[in-house]
Design a protein around this ligand. Structure first.
Ligand SMILES: CC(C)(COP(=O)(O)OP(=O)(O)OC[C@H]1O[C@@H](n2cnc3c(N)ncnc32)[C@H](O)[C@@H]1OP(=O)(O)O)[C@@H](O)C(=O)NCCC(=O)NCCS
Length: 151
């Protein structure tokens, strides 16, 4: 069973390998490391022996979260790891007081749209020619309940 934990710099190679086979876009090591240095709370990996999935979330001004990347190693898909990563990043956002999360997904990415739909994300807009191959993005958004922490 996979566990979800915070990203560590040693995970970089596996994260880059997973993203390389999962996306047409190419993400550099500098991109991941600058996200990590800026705000590592919501940069999580799933580990099952090795790193098998990643969700890269960032937070702005303690109110808005953006999920930049969600990917699971091809050999480990359809086993609930994507759901576990989203659950964990939602918890992490709630714990830091984030009240809204946004992300982009390709209009053709029915798997991601189904997955995010299960967590209550709604389509909030569409950006034409968002991706490098000219495909449009759907903007998905979800509000999070505010939580108060009791002593
Ligand atoms: C999207 C992705 C992260 C899902 O990861 P996963 O670990 O396979 O997802 P899960 O096993 O947790 O499945 C969660 C839900 O996604 C949907 N789903 C996942 N794989 C699916 C498939 N092959 N066909 C249809 N729906 C699918 C289902 O709604 C599923 O819920 P269910 O198991 O209750 O039916 C993975 O497919 C991936 O890495 N894709 C390439 C990168 C990508 O598109 N990322 C999203 C960018 S916005």
């Amino acid at each position: 069973m996979a566990i979800v934990r915070r990203f560590k710099v040693e995970d970089l190679g596996r994260v880059m390998d997973i993203c390389e086979v999962s996306f047409e876009e190419r993400y550099t090591a500098e991109f991941f490391l600058s996200c990590f240095e800026a705000n590592f709370d919501h940069f999580l990996v799933a580990e099952e022996g090795d790193v098998v999935g990643v969700v890269l979330g960032i937070g702005y001004f303690n109110s808005l979260g953006r999920i930049l990347i969600l990917a699971v190693d091809r050999g480990f898909r359809r086993r609930g790891i994507g759901k576990a990563l989203i659950e964990a990043v939602l918890k992490s956002y709630m714990a830091s007081g984030i009240s809204e999360i946004r992300l982009e997904a390709r209009v053709s990415n029915r798997i991601a749209l189904a997955l995010y739909g299960k967590f209550g994300f709604k389509i909030a807009g569409r950006t034409r020619n968002y991706y490098i191959d000219g495909e449009d993005a759907l903007l998905l958004s979800k509000s999070l309940p505010s939580v108060s922490v009791l002593d």
